[in-house]
Design a protein around this ligand. Sequence first.
Ligand SMILES: [Zn+2]
Ligand SMILES: [Zn+2]
Length: 278
Amino acid sequence: MIEITLLGTGSPIPDPNRAGPSTLVRAGGQVFLVDCGRGVLQRAAAVGVGASGLSALLLTHLHSDHIAELGDLLITRWITTFTPDPAPLPIIGPPGTAETVDAMLKAFSHDIGYRLAHHDDLNAPPAIEVHEYTEGQVWDRDGVSIRVAPTDHRPVAPTIGFRIESGGASAVLAGDTVPCASLDELAAGAGALVHTVIRKDIVANIPQQRLQDICDYHSSVEQAAATAARAGADILVMTHYVPALVPGQEEQWRTLAASEFGGRIELGDDLHRVEVQP
Ligand SMILES: [Zn+2]
Ligand SMILES: [Zn+2]
């Protein structure tokens, strides 16, 4: 069984009730954080997961809303891991990830210096290992495997989606993308597809070009649902709602998705949890 928890279902616009884009995936005793939007550590704490308990951080792309809490995650994991010589945190992302992580550590270099000087048992900066991929198998440990494939979020490039498999169950994390053949292939036969959704019927009518621009490189609810249908996925999990999902309007979103996808549709607030069976 794979357990998916929507830690953050928001977008770049701050929302009092929604953290930034982040999804927690628990599989085979391992804990993966997919993207780390604002507020993710608080949401993870609500389900008993701390930064020190992560098996790996997986990044779909380097848009600010998906990495807003990266710096805090690196520092918090470092100062809340009490074992000597802790294993490095694996961070798997597209090319550009290493540069971003390095820059984040540089931004916190004064903090890192203060703590190294103050705490006798901290004698090295945060231990991190970055792996950059655009496709292929990226993880194979203790019964959990992860594969990545390119997505299409152009002009943001490269961007990747993840497929996590454990004990016959599978979950695909698409991130922000328009429909594309490589995502269809990655998601083929998946137990669950977690996908960003944009209400283009609403956003396209906002008289502000910068907001209308976001329709270019995201999937609408119907497009995400059609991707799930082409893939033959069992469950579509919608997240990263733009505009924010308003309480009472869940059925509207569900109906739009159901127009293209006959399987189970999951949507909800932060901490919504979905179990994926083999
Ligand atoms: Zn994006
Ligand atoms: Zn985004």
